[in-house]
Design a protein around this ligand. Structure first.
Ligand code: 5GP
Length: 190
C-alpha cells in the first residue's frame, strides 16, 4: 500500500534494536481517515474469502482490526493479555513472547467468541518475528476455527516472521514490508 510507505517515511522513527515508532498515525495518535483506508485495503485483499471474524491482540491491534472488521462487515474480537494462564477453562489461551518488551505473556479469548466454523482473518499492527500471530493461531487451533489469512499494517521483513508463515502456506498480506531500516533510511520490499 503506497500510502502506508509514504506515512512510514514521513512520520516513522527508527529506534535502536530494530523498533519502528509510528505513534504519530497508528500506535498512539491515530490518523482516522487513513485507518479507514487501511480497513478498505484489507477488505479489498480478503473480501472474497468468506471471512466471518477478525481477531487481534489488545491493545495496539484493536484499531486496525476494527477498521478491517468494519470494512469486511464482520465482528472483530481481541484477545486479552493476562499475567496468569487459563484457570477455569472458560477461555482459550496461549503464551506469546513479546519482541518489544522481551517477556512472555498470556493471551486469552473467551470460548464464546471463537467457534468451530469461524473463518478468521488475523490482523495486527506489526509483524516482526511472528510470535503474536502464532499465539493467535494457537487460539484458533483450540477453538477449531479456520485461519483464512494474516495481515499486518507493517511487516518488518528482516525479522523473518512473515516469510516463515508464508513458507507454511499461510496467506500473509502486509500493507507495507520493510526489508531494511537503520539511521540511513528505510527500504521497502516490492
Ligand atoms: P512479533 O510477535 O511478530 O515478533 O511482534 C509483533 C508485536 O510486537 C506487535 O503486536 C507489535 O505490537 C510489537 N512490535 C514488534 N515490532 C514493533 C515495532 O517495530 N514497533 C512497534 N511499535 N511495535 C512492534
Amino acid at each position: 500500500m503506497k500510502r502506508m510507505e509514504e506515512k512510514i517515511l514521513r512520520d516513522g522513527k527508527v529506534l535502536p534494536g530494530g523498533i519502528l515508532k509510528v505513534g504519530n498515525f497508528l500506535n498512539q495518535q491515530i490518523d482516522t481517515r487513513f485507518l479507514a483506508q487501511m480497513g478498505q485495503e484489507i477488505a479489498r485483499l480478503f473480501g472474497g474469502d468468506g471471512v466471518s471474524k477478525v481477531l487481534t491482540i489488545e491493545a495496539s491491534g484493536i484499531a486496525i482490526a476494527a477498521a478491517a472488521g468494519m470494512a469486511l462487515d464482520v465482528p472483530m474480537v481481541f484477545a486479552k493479555k493476562h499475567k496468569t494462564s487459563n484457570v477455569d477453562g472458560a477461555v482459550y489461551s496461549a503464551t506469546v513472547h513479546s519482541f518489544t518488551h522481551n517477556t512472555d505473556y498470556q493471551i486469552v479469548v473467551s470460548r464464546d467468541y471463537l467457534c468451530p466454523g469461524d473463518r478468521v482473518l488475523l490482523v495486527d499492527d506489526f509483524l516482526a518475528n511472528g510470535h503474536a500471530l502464532r499465539g493467535l493461531m494457537e487460539l484458533l487451533r483450540q477453538a477449531g476455527a479456520e485461519l483464512v489469512g494474516v495481515t499486518a499494517a507493517i511487516e518488518k521483513g528482516f525479522q523473518g516472521g512473515g516469510d516463515s508463515l508464508r513458507a507454511q502456506g499461510i496467506r500473509v498480506e502486509s500493507l507495507a514490508i520493510i526489508d531494511r531500516m537503520d539511521e540511513n533510511g528505510i527500504v521497502f520490499r516490492h
